[in-house]
Design a protein around this ligand. Structure first.
Ligand SMILES: [Fe+2]
Ligand SMILES: [Fe+2]
Length: 208
């Protein structure tokens, strides 16, 4: 998913600067510059672009879940959805939301956490089912509806969470780098042994 190739143009050594290309090559520094310039964050212009790409990925996975036949395949996709959403919610809550707090209306800001918690309750439950049980598919369907609503609240043009955040005094490029670094950590954790159940932030579950 990451782009590791940088052209000489991007290094400021394009056709108009042949000497620059030669210098880079003769100094043996092209590889080092490629490493330095070709950080994965180039894939996203800013924090909001990164978060929107996550939204599209999860929407795609929900579509695949609906079309999939066979309980094994559905369970496989459900686990991918749950991991993606856990990571997405966590990086928003740890990094993006707090950075945007002063730019976003208080009601909308607080509702975002509560909506996340509603989704997390279902996510943790879905993971627990192991893909079994009469309500498994219904739970994934309702999760997709909850996420659809939440994504609309974030992306609504002009007045959504992202639009308000963008109007604030937030460095969205620096924020992208922080989000990406944390996302990569959590993705590695998901691959090496798995993520723990999602922690609720605002909603408290009744004691058993
Ligand atoms: Fe989001
Ligand atoms: Fe969110």
């Amino acid at each position: 998913m990451h782009r590791f190739i940088v052209t000489p143009d991007e290094l400021g050594a394009g056709p108009g600067n042949k000497q620059g290309v030669r210098d880079l090559l003769t100094q043996g520094s092209l590889a080092r510059d490629q490493e330095r310039f070709a950080m994965p964050q180039e894939q996203f212009t800013d924090a909001i672009a990164l978060l929107k790409a996550d939204h599209r990925k999860v929407e795609d996975l929900f579509g695949k879940f609906e079309k999939a036949s066979g309980s094994d395949r559905k369970w496989e996709i459900a686990q991918q959805i749950c991991n993606e959403l856990k990571i997405h919610a966590q990086i928003e809550e740890e990094i993006f939301y707090p950075a945007c707090e002063s730019a976003v209306e208080e009601d909308l800001y607080k509702e975002a956490f509560v909506e996340h918690d509603g989704a997390k309750v279902l996510i943790n439950d879905i993971v627990e089912t192991g893909g079994e049980g009469e309500f498994f598919e219904a739970k994934v369907q309702v999760l997709s509806e909850e996420i659809e609503h939440h994504v609309k609240e974030e992306e609504k043009p002009g007045e959504g969470f992202f639009a308000q955040a963008r109007d604030g005094d937030v460095d969205m490029v620096a924020l992208r780098d922080q989000l990406l670094a944390r996302k990569e950590e959590l993705m590695a954790q998901a691959e090496n042994g798995g993520l723990p159940p999602a922690q609720l932030t605002a909603v408290h579950e009744e004691p058993a």
